[in-house]
Design a protein around this ligand. Sequence first.
Ligand code: NZQ
Ligand code: ZN
Length: 387
Amino acid sequence: MLDFTFQNPAKILFGKDQVPKVGKEVKKFSERILLVYGGGSIKRSGLYDEVTQILKENGVHYEELPGVQANPRITSVREGIRLCRENNLDLVLAVGGGSTIDCAKAIACGFYHDGDPWDFFIRKARVTNALPIGVILTLAATGSEMNGNTVINNDDTMDKKGIGSPRLVPKFSILDPTYTFTVPANQTAAGVVDIISHIFETYFSANNDAYLQDRMCEAVIKTCIHYGPIALKEPENYEARANLMWASTVALNGLLSTGKRTDWATHMIEHEVSAIYDMTHGLGLAILTPYWMEYVLDDSTVEKLADYARNVWGVSGQDNYEVAREGIRNTQEFFKSLGLSTTLKEEGVKEESLETMAKKATEYGPLGNFKKLETSDVLEILKKAYA
Ligand code: NZQ
Ligand code: ZN
């Protein structure tokens, strides 16, 4: 196991009847806040009314940034920074899924930056300070509720880029699974895949000696395999929604990647797909992951892929390659059973953009750690995933 430092200061308030606590949590930091949300799901679910009522009762002044897009745009970030500066707001409260939270995080650090907030994402500026961030989560997927990452799209350059800083970890996150009952089937499925993929990015690692972390990883994947289909069939099944919600948080709050080198190749490739095609992140991952697994399967990786097949899918057999391949087939079948596509072509991706994606994905060097991928490798994976 590699040496590590682990610290995660986010306070989690989990379960039914936690939302009313937002007033008290906010007031620890601020009485003038920016309320950030997406395209309207929180208005339809009643969460908007509940939150704004609580803020008023607690004497918290709020300005609103509505309409944050799925795959959040840098334009919304700029608008949020403007609102904070012009109205002297000093906390950003995100109510929504990963896109809303990520937008809030970029606003929080952009507030202290003299230049354009995109500078952070092209490595022209570093996060040195940020407004406090609060979260009410409505979709189990990204883990953004308990990490310091933000991923933002820029339509002018057709880029999607991420940064991470401990300063962007939310001060508090309220996780009430009942507010995920309204998440539609396609987003529920994509969320399940995103959670599993975050585990893969750390589980499939070149250092294979973090036994404890790997067993915890397998438990999170099995939780998703068990409860994903139940949440799709019974959207208001509390236990299913609660287990998925906590799985999303645990999968990417830093705990499971302690003592490990992580991979992130599949994520980097997917971000290039959703940069150009505005695809749902988890759907892109569902398509790409099995092809990535097949591509990286060789003598150096077969043992780990076979471990995965045996421990997660119960595959038996002596031949590690056969066992590993069966695990990959099961993975793809599972994603398909959630109603997700298996090729990029089905989702309208054009073959001529594959090369651009491969080049952009590797612009800062080869991807991955489980197996290093050059531009030509990434292109091969994209071609296989295409049709
Ligand atoms: O915009 P609204 O109206 O709220 O609708 C959203 C959106 O259309 C809807 N939704 C959310 N909660 C709902 C709901 N609909 C009904 N009921 C609810 N309770 O779902 C749609 C998708 O929302 P979004 O926030 O985009 O989904 P997700 O949480 O999957 O976030 C995806 C974004 O996060 C990034 C992705 O790249 C993508 O941009 N990621 C962020 C990470 C991080 N910060 O750590 C890591 C991830 O790997 C990922 O890259
Ligand atoms: Zn992800």
